[in-house]
Design a protein around this ligand. Structure first.
Ligand SMILES: Nc1ncnc2c1ncn2[C@@H]1O[C@H](COP(=O)(O)OP(=O)(O)OP(=O)(O)O)[C@@H](O)[C@H]1O
Length: 254
């Protein structure tokens, strides 16, 4: 399943927050969205997953016209791991994950044995199987983040959008979560702050600055010290990690 975004602009009040963005995630690619705080990454993602209405533009998930389709139709194909997940009601972790099954059910349809099995498997994948009965509100930030990922996994989507999915996670779970989503073998679009993790896991990057796409390409093509200076206003050197051969970034104090 491919994601195509054309000419997408979002304004809030009189402010143009996202301007004429075009991007593409081809079949089963892991595409990263990077850029400084406030450049419009979350706003762009929210407009793709229908939380914010764009001023203009098109979003297609293969043949599905996302902006003109109902949330129920879109959520059968598209899983979302958003940034903030506080709840006023107290659900258990398993109940939260079961919500991922909603798009696949009719109105008032009960949870079937198969749904429970899918929920158990999703919690197992994020190492929270024994937390099924725990109150979601009592979980740590990192545990909540993993429950929200499990909910998206239970949805069994064909495409996933993730807004800073490694937020709150220690290094073990940052690596584990990125590995889990990569192994899903579906199209992924993720806003990421850690540039070396983005370089390690993503097939392709879009760099945003002031609401626009500033550059795009494969990580090793895009992540130059010049681009990091222009976009993030930080001096650095790019190198190959001698142990892992991954792209490394050495930042210098300003
Ligand atoms: N509802 C709103 N009202 C006013 N301004 C908003 C609103 N939502 C977002 N903005 C502004 O739009 C800009 C882009 O915000 P957005 O959250 O998309 O950035 P981001 O790139 O995801 O940032 P971060 O990396 O800090 O999460 C920011 O300046 C933000 O203050």
């Amino acid at each position: 399943m491919e994601l195509t975004v054309n000419d997408l602009s979002v304004s809030i009040g009189n402010h143009a927050i996202v301007q004429d963005v075009a991007l593409k995630v081809t079949n089963k690619q892991f595409v990263g969205l990077i850029g400084p705080n406030g450049c419009g990454k979350s706003t762009l993602l929210k407009s793709i997953y229908k939380i914010i209405k764009p001023a203009h533009g098109e979003v297609f998930l293969s043949g599905l016209d996302v902006l003109r389709s109902s949330p129920k139709v879109v959520s059968k194909q598209l899983g979302v791991v958003g940034q903030f997940n506080e709840l006023s009601f107290d659900f258990t972790a398993a109940e939260m994950v079961m919500m991922g099954r909603t798009p696949h059910k009719g109105l008032l349809e009960a949870d079937h044995a198969k749904d429970h099995e899918i929920v158990r498997e999703a919690l197992r994948k994020v190492n929270l199987e024994s937390y099924a009965g725990r109150s979601y509100n009592s979980l740590s930030g990192g545990e909540k983040q993993r429950v929200i990922l499990a909910r998206a996994l239970a949805q069994q989507p064909q495409f996933m959008i993730l807004d800073e999915p490694t937020n709150h996670l220690d290094i073990k779970y940052q690596l584990q979560i990125l590995q889990i989503v990569k192994q899903l073998n579906i199209g992924l679009l993720a806003a990421l702050h850690d540039l070396t993790l983005a370089a390690k896991y993503c097939d392709y990057l879009y760099v945003m600055k002031k609401g626009q796409v500033y550059a795009s390409g494969k990580p090793e093509e895009v992540l130059s010290k010049e681009l990091i200076r222009e976009v993030f206003e930080v001096e650095c050197e790019i190198y190959r990690n001698p142990v892992t051969q991954d792209l490394g970034i050495a930042y210098f104090h300003m």
